[in-house]
Each structure stands twice: as C-alpha cells, then as structure tokens.
Ligand binder design. Structure first.
Ligand SMILES: Nc1ncnc2c1ncn2[C@@H]1O[C@H](COP(=O)(O)OP(=O)(O)OP(=O)(O)O)[C@@H](O)[C@H]1O
Ligand SMILES: O=C(O)C1=C[C@@H](O)[C@@H](O)[C@H](O)C1
Ligand SMILES: [Mg+2]
Length: 396
C-alpha cells in the first residue's frame, strides 16, 4: 500500500494520522511545507495521495491536473489522489464533513443570518454549505476584507457564528476571535478547531447555554471520505462515530479534582498506570518550579502567589492531551481555571468522607475546619466535574 500525507504549513496540532489509522492500514505522514515546496512534494511518487490543510487549500487548485465539480465550485481542495497514470485529481471532502458536523450538533442554519470568521479554504467550503442549507444571509469577516474586525458591530445581529480561523487553536489555546457578549441574537456557535477539544469560543457559548460544537466530528467525517478515495473502497458511516469516540478517549485528559487529601494523587497514579498514560500532578509541578515545598510557598509567599503559579502550571499541563492530571484541592477557587481544565478534559470529582481526609502538609486544611471548606467548595466541585468516584474504601 502506498503512503499518504497531510500537507500544511504547521501541523503540530493535527489528529489526522491518528484518525486515518482507524480507517485503514496505510502510512499517513505529516508533511509540513512552505509554499514554494508544494509542487515538488505533490510530485513525489511514493505518496498515493494527500490531505491539504491551512493555508494551501486554494493554492493547490492550480497544481492539480483535474478537479472534482464540488471542489471547483467551492474553490478549495483538501484531498488529492495520484491516479495510475500519475495525474493529480483534487477533491473536497470538507463539504460533507461540515454538513455532518452541523447535523451532529443539531445546529439548523436554515433562514439564519450566519457570520463566518475567516476567508481561507475552509471558509469557502463553509460558505457553500451554509448557502446550500438555506442560510438567509452569510457575512464573511476577515482581517482585511470589507467586513472586518474593526466594523464587526454592523453584524452583531448574526444568529450563527462559524469560526474558520486558527485563533484559539493549539498552541494558541485560550484565545477567541470574537466576544460573544456582543451577539445578543446568537443561536449557535461552530468552531472548526478540534485541538483543543473545546476552544474559548465554544466554552463561552456553552456558558450561555447556546448550542455549540468544536470541529472534531467534521475532521473525522472528512477523513473518512478522504480515506475512501485513498483506499478506493466504501467505509460505513457508523465508522465515523466509532472513530470520534476513540479519538476522544485517546486524547482527552482525565483531570481529578476534589478536597485536599481525598486521594487525587493516589488514584490518579493508579488510573494512569492502568491506562498506560503519563501522570502529571499539578502540586509536584509547582514544587519543582518554585524549588520549595507547598507549606513553604504558603508561608514565604502567601496563597495568592501560590494560586498564580498553580494556574500557570495548570495551563502548561492542560494544553497537552492524553494525560491523567491530579490537581490540588483549591483549583476550583479560581474561576479562570475552569476553562483551562475544560478545554481538553474529562473532569472527575474524587469524593472521600471528611473524617478520613489527610491534613498533614496541607496548610489550608490545617487553617480552617474541613466541613467549612467543603461547604465553600462543594457546588464548584459538582459543577466543574463530569462525574464522581467515591474513594471511601480502604486501599492500602
Ligand atoms: N482509599 C484510600 N485508602 C487508603 N488511603 C487513602 C485512600 N485514598 C487516599 N488515601 C491516602 O490519603 C492521603 C491523601 O491522598 P492523596 O495525596 O492522593 O490526596 P490528594 O487528593 O492528592 O490531596 P491534595 O489535594 O493535597 O493533593 C495519602 O496518604 C493516601 O495514601
Ligand atoms: O488538521 C488536519 O489534520 C486537517 C484539517 C482539515 O483541513 C482537513 O480538511 C484536512 O484533511 C486535515
Ligand atoms: Mg495530590
């Protein structure tokens, strides 16, 4: 079997090799390339075909020998196949991928005023789908276009917002292209970014109880169709959901929260061992970073300094994927930590009866009654977590 590749400018964020490994038994490589290298790369015969991503989906049109009707109509190619006679044929599988995403997220664009952020190849595909699905108006916001971020207030009445820019994408996590507070009529948010799993834009929409989705389902659905071209065989649609589930379970961090001494570190290590994952303890990161024990940091620098370093360490750990992360008990004291944890995390609340909690080496647990601390924090532990584990059985 020939090998295949993903061509783009920067590819450190891509899950495509992982996803393609679910659809077939072929090699799939990341090929970072500069624009002037594209032509030579496409000619390399060891590759049976390619996916194309930011910023080359428009550029490669002129390098293909043939282009499918859909890709030509949209003006964007994300899949290229080398035929037996060496000719390169360009397709667009993002079109079906975006339709799949809208349906999966139950976001109906019919009759809606839609704002598309960004004007690259992915934006062209999104615009075509929105028009085909009956959007009443489609506004494109780009840095230099007629509608831009300076005069975006003209379109604060948009009902659906679709982000096709890389703003907020790994490693630039935590950024958002627009402030959702400005869009009072907003009825749905779609971010094509899939790493992180939930961008700031998506988390902001969820905080307002708006329907919102990241781009993983689109990525997987377009990859399935590309893989059908690569292998010249049909793959059933059920495979898309299976692959999404597998990618989520392999990439999301398992993040443990709960009272000091509840067993986050103990259980975190055990979970990581059993899953064959790397374990990270935020408290250990802080101690290493500061070169002091936690009681010493509290004593010499105070709690607010400790919290500042804790947030920095949390940010470093949570932009990564596939980890088991034990936090300190006070992580929920700072609202800012919520988005950091949620972007790539499944959050597990470790519960243990208060009279069983270890307080040694834990300055806050020694400075106030544990039932008072629990009262102050229990609603946050509950709201921040996706599920809980009872850790009352003796383990040692
Ligand atoms: N189920 C259990 N059985 C016996 N001992 C336990 C159990 N759970 C936790 N412990 C013990 O309680 C102590 C505290 O556990 P651990 O350090 O894992 O808590 P933590 O939640 O990480 O605390 P912190 O918030 O301070 O980091 C440890 O000595 C641990 O071995
Ligand atoms: O990030 C990625 O791996 C990709 C993103 C989209 O552009 C897709 O169209 C492309 O096939 C792969
Ligand atoms: Mg711990």
């Amino acid at each position: 079997m020939k090998k295949f590749g993903l061509i783009g400018e920067k590819l450190g964020h891509s899950y495509s090799p992982l996803i393609h490994s679910k659809f077939g038994d072929y090699e799939y490589e990341l090929c970072e390339a500069k624009e002037e290298e594209l032509e030579a790369l496409l000619k390399k015969e060891e590759y049976g075909g390619f996916n194309i991503t930011i910023p080359y989906k428009k550029t490669v049109l002129k390098l293909c020998d043939e282009i499918s009707d859909t890709a030509r109509a949209i003006g964007s190619v994300n899949t290229i196949i080398r035929s037996e006679d060496g000719k390169l044929k360009g397709y667009n599988t993002d079109y079906d991928g975006f339709i799949y995403l809208l349906k999966a997220a139950k976001i109906d664009v019919k009759g809606m005023k839609c704002m598309v952020l960004g004007s690259g190849g992915a934006s062209l595909t999104v615009q075509t789908v929105l028009a085909d699905m009956g959007a009443s108006e489609i506004v494109i916001i780009s840095r230099k276009g007629e509608n831009n971020y300076e005069n975006i207030n003209r379109h604060f009445d948009s009902e659906i917002i679709v982000n096709t820019t890389p703003v907020g994408m790994y490693p630039g996590n935590g950024r958002t292209p627009v402030n959702l507070d400005d869009f009072k009529n907003c009825r749905g948010v779609v971010d094509l970014i899939y790493n992180p799993n939930k961008t700031k834009l998506v988390l902001d929409a969820m905080a307002k109880s708006l329907p919102a989705t990241g781009g993983l389902a689109m990525l997987v659905a377009q990859a399935k169709e590309s893989s059908e071209f690569f292998q010249n065989k049909k793959i059933e649609d059920e495979e898309i959901e299976n692959a999404i589930d597998e990618v989520r379970s392999e990439t999301l961090n398992a993040i443990l929260i709960g009272m000091p001494g509840a067993g986050k570190t103990l259980l975190g290590k055990e979970i990581a061992d059993r899953m064959g994952r790397e374990f990270v303890d935020i408290d250990d990161m802080i101690v290493e970073h500061e070169g002091m024990s936690i009681p010493e940091i509290f004593e010499k620098k105070g709690e607010s300094y400790f919290r500042k370093v804790e947030t920095e360490m949390l940010e470093q750990a949570c932009v990564k994927t596939g980890l088991v992360i034990a936090t300190g008990g006070g992580i929920v004291k700072k609202k800012l930590n919520y988005n950091i944890i949620k972007q790539n995390g499944v959050v597990i609340w470790i519960k243990r009866d208060l009279d069983k909690l270890e307080t040694d080496g834990r300055p806050l647990s020694q400075s106030m009654p544990l039932d008072q601390m629990y009262e102050e924090r229990k609603d946050a532990y509950s709201y921040w977590s996706d599920f809980f584990i009872n850790n009352n059985e003796e383990r040692e």
